[in-house]
Write a protein that binds this ligand. Sequence first.
Ligand code: FES
Ligand code: FES
Length: 158
Amino acid sequence: MEDTVRFKLNGKPTKLTVDVDRKLLWVLRTDLELTGTKYGCGESHCGACTVLVNNEAVRSCHVTMKDVAGKDVLTIEGLTKSGKLHPLQKAFVEHNALQCGYCTPGMIMNAFALLRRNPRPSSSEVVKEMDDNLCRCGAHNRIIRAIQAAGKEMKGGI
Ligand code: FES
Ligand code: FES
């Protein structure tokens, strides 16, 4: 059923008339051309599609548009401010924490949610929190180091 959905997207008030049962992932990628959020499994298993809704990491392949009405949605595109990479984005580059990069936006968004809750996680805490975000390229150790480095750089800020 089509309806008007109002929400904030990367800080901007947004109003869309959409089928409210459509998944957020496809509205972001197809309607809004925010292709940073990736489609991996479509089954809520891989984490490639992770975005934040009201500061919680969610799998956008399973979130409907009616679920985001009135809420704040943050995507990987929203982390870059005035053309400057976010410390997490910089840390992934500096630590070479990717190969193909397909999992990277979802990893970064899940890590962003983690660092909001726990600004200086131990490596075992990072492993536990990132365990459900899959990387086929095997960049896991570098991803852990990048997240911890970003936490230090951010000093509790976001
Ligand atoms: S595409 Fe959403 S969890 Fe894999
Ligand atoms: S860098 Fe290729 S899937 Fe993670």
